[in-house]
Design a protein. Structure first.
Lengths: 305, 609
């Protein structure tokens, strides 16, 4: 009898919980799933105006075009993958930064540094471009200082250097996102029990060893989850940064997949082709998410999905 | 229990918000929206093309329908922004009073227009649609057939030639009038040219105004200016030329395109030399504006005349250097116009500014003179089929076809800004001359041509200002040598005095009249009507080739030797061909030839001269 009452209570409680998430389910359904009907234009020769039924059905033409378009696609995919790999390689930086910040004994200074480094995240890429132009252009601050000090005889311009495009853009991304990215690790660090540190101290561990043996394992789980998510999002390297910073010199290096889709879709009005590319991109992301999830299961024994 | 109630209430509220937010039926929510829409109407029109604009306009429209004075929402697709601080200006007020409507202007982006096309649901009553969109508008059944309303549109009906061409080519073969178009008639040069060889006028005069008859002469002049003025107003370095990026190939070839006397691109990848009728492949032919531009820039770069930031500056970055007096020359006068206005703040009589020097041999074509029968190509205006007051919308459209209203728009109000003299000839009054010379708030309040509040109407005016009114005067009374001379600023006056002309553009006009410079009236912009549909694969090829060319611009411009330049050029052309430039050109050539023939046939059919 008691068991039945408990079961009924739990069932009721579960319904209540489900009811709580209903608005969010509707939100996701409306804004994430309903728009997927728009994918249908990838199978038609679509132009805005008449209904789809009045358009030519072209089947997989645009998907084939993606794989046959070797000239543009090889360049675009190379750029996209380069930035994706660079983003993955630099992914531990916020973690390292959080670890270092956590070790700063002066908490006010630590908070100050955290605020200063988080601030760039809220600056739009348009402003970042203006700042970069003021700093790095031929008559910019950096060149003026270096030439004033006699360190260089001719101005250098990293904004119009194709060879510097990959690392410069990645550096800007790190500058913009370092503080913001470290917040989640700082939150994870604050959740580590003080008893562990005390126990480590009793065992003779200094600050460095405590960091390596207590803090780092404590936030490793968070890092792995974020790593898996970013692998799933591997080829979505962004749009605005590259759109703003591209110029004729860096065009060949900064044209990533999202920018290419924009150029074809919105500038050339090839809505169908760009939708097909978007679908292929989503499919790749899906495969990578489930692939990395399975990999995580094998390595860690549990999954994130 | 209380907690549970609050939770249910919150959840329900969130759900209701979501559902309400997704609704798009304007009528269903009009009651709630209307409460504050009246007061916010002007504010809403200030921002450019936001969703809020459209929503508010929709709400206003619905509200007005219930009242005595209906609101007509005119959507302007970003061709010229309108200063909405003074709304409605006097000209719009007059229109509203005469027709009995409230006119609301919203500015929408091309993407918003596409969205309206895709959904078939628009928030405007009249729209000035973007280039090549007419077939899509017709396919979506979004346009009202104006032929059904000709009894209330007598002025539209007067434009027989234009209307017949539009019926012939922009009706999906129905032979009906769905669109009106603006600026029918010859285009004049205006006060000054924007192309040719742009120089810093005061520095050029210091050199004694040496003749500039070729690119080499131009480079020599720029070099001499830089030698004489190595630093700008702020002590920074000076350069010969600046450039801005972000417009694809356009900013790289547009000046040469006009200087060489070529048509604009009727179809992708094809340029027509107006004087000879020769057609060129824009991407691979030596004679094309792109390759001529590349040679120009390569020479300029190797002579050290280009700003080192040539390839990275956006418009704002360029302007920041312009206002410091950094450049000795420019690719277009409008790139460097801000310098003169800055200098004028300190000295109203200054001649520190930029002017365009025209070669004496007429080797450069003035960027003016087209004479479209069917109006400007990028401005097909239609009434949305969902408009609730079609008759009023037709009257609004008709208003800008009336010659008296157009005279007011171009020349100001009769009896105030212009009047008939003792010989019954219309001419600007003293007040009118002052108004056009000084501009400013009075001009904005008037809302006429050239004002910040009325400039956008230029894309709606059925006739160009140089067309004659039935009283014998031009619609735009500032288009006389005397009136143009009256409106000159000190810089333009100084230039005119030097060349002994009434106004700067007359230098080029005289060359065209003498037959030594290209007459751009041969630039048949009506052909655009026949070339509205570019197949997707052709469009894709164009995008890919232009992307390729843009990426090679720095290599071409910075090539240190002629051999290196030729090597890169050969490689680029080869790559263009591998991307299908020949196929693209073949399509374009055929489309162009067919269009020329069809246009000629249509003119014969309707007896258009």
């Amino acid at each position: 009898m008691k068991k039945a009452v408990l079961k009924k209570y739990r069932k009721k409680k579960n319904y209540k919980l489900l009811f709580y998430i209903l608005p969010f389910m509707v939100f996701v359904l409306l804004f994430s799933y309903v728009p997927l009907f728009g994918w249908s234009i990838a199978f038609f020769q679509y132009t805005p105006g008449a209904s789809l039924s009045a358009k030519n059905f072209v089947g997989l033409k645009y998907f084939r075009q993606f794989f046959l378009d070797t000239v543009d696609m090889s360049r675009v995919l190379k750029n996209t993958l380069t930035f994706a790999v660079l983003n993955l390689i630099t992914m531990p930086l916020p973690l390292i930064f959080a670890l270092m910040l956590n070790e700063v004994p002066h908490k006010k200074f630590s908070k100050f540094v955290q605020s200063i480094t988080t601030f760039p995240n809220f600056i739009s890429w348009v402003i970042v471009y203006s700042l970069a132009f003021s700093l790095f252009s031929t008559e910019g601050v950096i060149n003026s200082i270096l030439m004033g000090m006699g360190l260089i005889s001719k101005p250098t311009n990293v904004l119009s250097s194709a060879s510097a495009a990959y690392w410069f853009q990645t550096s800007l991304g790190i500058w913009k996102g370092l503080g913001w990215g470290s917040i989640v690790y700082l939150a994870a660090i604050s959740g580590i029990s003080q008893e562990l540190y005390e126990a480590a101290a009793v065992d003779g561990a200094g600050r460095f060893r405590q960091m390596i043996h207590v803090t780092l394992p404590g936030i490793a789980e968070t890092f792995i989850v974020l790593l898996l998510l970013s692998i799933g999002n591997f080829i979505s390297v962004g749009f605005d940064q590259y759109f703003i910073f591209q110029n004729p010199v860096t065009l060949k290096k900064l044209e990533v997949l999202d920018l290419y889709v924009y150029r074809l879709g919105l500038i050339n009005k090839s809505y169908s082709y760009s939708t097909a590319i978007g679908m292929i991109k989503s499919a790749i992301s899906l495969v990578m998410i489930f692939g990395t999830n399975q990999l995580a299961k094998k390595i860690r024994g549990n999954t994130i999905i | 229990m209380k907690k549970k109630g609050v939770a249910i209430l919150l959840a329900t509220a969130m759900l209701a918000t979501l559902v309400a937010g997704c609704g798009n039926d304007s009528s269903s929510g009009s009651g709630a929206q209307n409460s504050d829409s009246e007061s916010s109407a002007a504010e809403n029109t200030e921002s450019e093309g936001t969703a809020d604009d459209a929503e508010s306009a929709d709400a206003d429209s619905a509200q007005a329908d219930e009242g005595d004075v209906p609101t007509i929402v005119y959507a302007h697709t970003g061709k010229a922004s309108a200063d909405m601080d003074v709304w409605p200006p006097d000209f719009i007020k007059q229109m509203q009073d005469e027709i009995g409507v409230k006119l609301e202007l919203i500015q929408i982006t091309e993407e918003q227009f596409d969205l309206a096309l895709a959904s078939g649901n628009a928030t405007f009553d009249i729209v000035n649609c973007t280039k090549y969109k007419e077939p899509q508008v017709l396919n979506a059944n979004m346009a009202v057939c104006l032929d059904d309303y000709m009894d209330i549109a007598p002025n539209i009906a007067k434009f027989e030639d234009r209307n017949n061409l539009v019926r012939e080519f922009l009706s999906n073969g129905e032979g009906k009038l769905y669109f009106t178009r603006c600026q029918v008639g010859p285009e004049i040069a205006g006060t000054e040219l924007w192309d040719a060889y742009v120089v810093r006028w005061d520095w050029y005069k210091e050199l004694g105004c040496p003749p500039i008859n070729s690119d080499e002469d131009y480079f020599d002049v720029l070099q001499q200016m830089l030698d004489a003025h190595p630093t700008n107003d702020n002590g920074g370095p000076t350069y010969g030329l600046g450039q801005y990026v972000g417009t694809g190939l356009w900013s790289w070839y547009v000046s040469k395109n006009y200087n060489l006397g070529y048509s604009e691109n009727y179809v992708p990848g094809l340029q027509v030399e107006l004087a000879t009728g020769n057609v060129y492949n824009s991407y691979t032919d030596d004679e094309s504006a792109f390759w001529q531009s590349m040679e120009f820039f390569n020479k300029a770069w190797n002579r050290g005349l280009c700003d080192p930031d040539f390839f990275i500056m956006k418009g704002d970055d360029l302007n920041a250097k312009v206002v410091q007096g950094t450049y000795a020359g420019a690719l277009r006068t409008w790139d460097v116009g801000s310098y003169y206005w800055e200098q004028m703040q300190q000295d109203p009589d200054t001649v520190k500014g930029y002017m365009s020097v025209v070669p004496e041999n007429g080797s450069i074509s003035g960027g003016f003179g087209s004479n479209p029968i069917a109006g400007w190509e990028n401005n097909s205006i239609f009434i949305y089929s969902g408009c609730k007051n079609i008759e009023k919308a037709v009257q609004v459209l008709d208003y800008m076809h009336n010659e008296d209203n157009l005279r007011t728009y171009y020349s100001g109000f009769e009896g105030v800004h212009w009047d008939y003299d003792e010989n019954n000839v219309p001419a600007l009054t003293e007040e009118g001359r002052k108004l056009f010379a000084n501009g400013g708030d009075a001009m904005a309040q008037a809302g006429i041509a050239g004002s910040s509040t009325g400039g956008w109407l230029n894309y709606w005016c059925a006739y160009s200002g140089s067309v004659l009114h039935s009283d014998g005067g031009k619609l735009n009374l500032t288009y006389t040598p005397e009136a143009l001379a009256d409106t000159l600023n000190p810089l333009q006056k100084d230039y005119s005095d030097y060349y002994q002309v009434a106004y700067p553009a007359q230098v080029s006009e005289n060359q065209v009249a003498a037959g030594i410079a290209t007459d751009r009236s041969m630039d048949n912009k009506d052909l655009y009507m026949l070339l509205t549909e570019v197949p997707e694969d052709i469009g894709t090829k164009k995008t890919q080739i232009e992307g390729l060319l843009e990426g090679y611009i720095p290599d071409l411009v910075m090539a240190a030797t002629q051999e290196e330049y030729e090597e890169i050029k050969a490689k680029v052309i080869e790559e263009c061909k591998s991307l299908g430039s020949d196929e693209l050109f073949a399509w374009s050539k055929e489309a162009y030839d067919n269009a020329v023939k069809a246009y000629s046939d249509a003119k014969a059919k309707y007896g258009i001269k």
